[in-house]
Design a protein around this ligand. Structure first.
Ligand code: IMP
Ligand code: MG
Length: 177
C-alpha cells in the first residue's frame, strides 16, 4: 500500500452522523438512568466517542484504555497488551466498550476478558465499523454502526501509520482487490 494513495470516500460524514444518532437512541433505551461507563479504545475511537457522548443526552462517564495490537502496518500482531489501563474501578458498573473497528476481533476479545475480571455489572460493545470477513475471535457487537468490506479504511479518528485521522469521512486507502 502506498502512502501516496488518494483516500476515496466509503462513508460520508452525514452517513456517520446518522449512524451515531441511531446508535445513541439504541444505547439510550438501555442505559438512561444507569450512569454507564463508556470505555473508548485509543486512539482510533476518540472521534466516534466524542460524537457519541454528545448525542447521548443523559448522565454517563467516560474512560479510555490504550492497547497495543497493530504495529505501524496493516496486519494485527496477534498479541495484545494494555499500554494504559483503567484509572478507576469498574466493579458493579454498567460498562459499554466503544471501538472504531472490529477486524479479527483479537483486540476486543482480549479486552473483554481483561474487563470481566474487574466484575462490571454489565459489559457490552459498541463498534462504529465491523469487518466480519476477517474475524478470528468470536464476539457479539451489541451496537454496530456499519458493516464494511475487507478493505483498509481511514478517517474519522482511524489512521494508517498515524495519518488520516483528521479526515471527516471514512475513506478507503486501497484500490479494490
Ligand atoms: P483486531 O484485533 O484485528 O479486531 O483489530 C482491531 C483494531 O485494528 C482496530 O481497533 C483498529 O485500530 C485496527 N484496524 C483494523 N482494521 C483497520 C483498518 O481498516 N484501518 C485502520 N485500522 C484498522
Ligand atoms: Mg482500535
Amino acid at each position: 500500500m502506498s502512502s501516496q494513495t488518494e483516500p476515496r470516500i466509503l462513508l460520508t460524514r452525514d452517513e456517520i452522523a446518522a449512524a451515531v444518532r441511531r446508535l445513541s437512541a439504541e444505547i439510550g433505551k438501555e442505559y438512561r438512568g444507569k450512569c454507564p461507563l463508556l470505555i473508548g479504545i485509543l486512539k482510533g475511537s476518540f472521534v466516534f466517542m466524542a460524537d457519541l457522548v454528545r448525542s447521548l443526552d443523559f448522565p454517563l462517564e467516560v474512560e479510555f484504555i490504550k492497547l497495543s495490537s497493530y504495529g505501524r502496518g496493516r496486519e494485527s500482531l496477534g498479541k495484545v497488551s494494555v499500554v494504559s489501563g483503567l484509572t478507576s474501578p469498574i466493579e458493579g458498573r454498567d460498562v459499554l466498550v466503544v471501538e472504531d473497528i472490529v477486524d479479527t476481533g483479537i483486540t476486543l476479545s482480549f479486552l473483554i476478558d481483561y474487563l470481566k475480571k474487574e466484575k462490571p455489572a454489565s459489559l457490552r460493545l459498541c463498534a462504529l465499523t465491523d469487518k466480519p470477513s476477517r474475524r478470528q475471535s468470536a464476539l457479539t457487537i451489541d451496537y454496530l454502526g456499519f458493516t464494511v468490506p475487507d478493505r483498509f479504511i481511514v478517517g474519522y479518528g482511524i489512521d494508517w501509520d498515524e495519518k488520516f485521522r483528521y479526515l471527516p469521512d471514512i475513506c478507503y486507502l486501497e484500490d479494490e482487490k
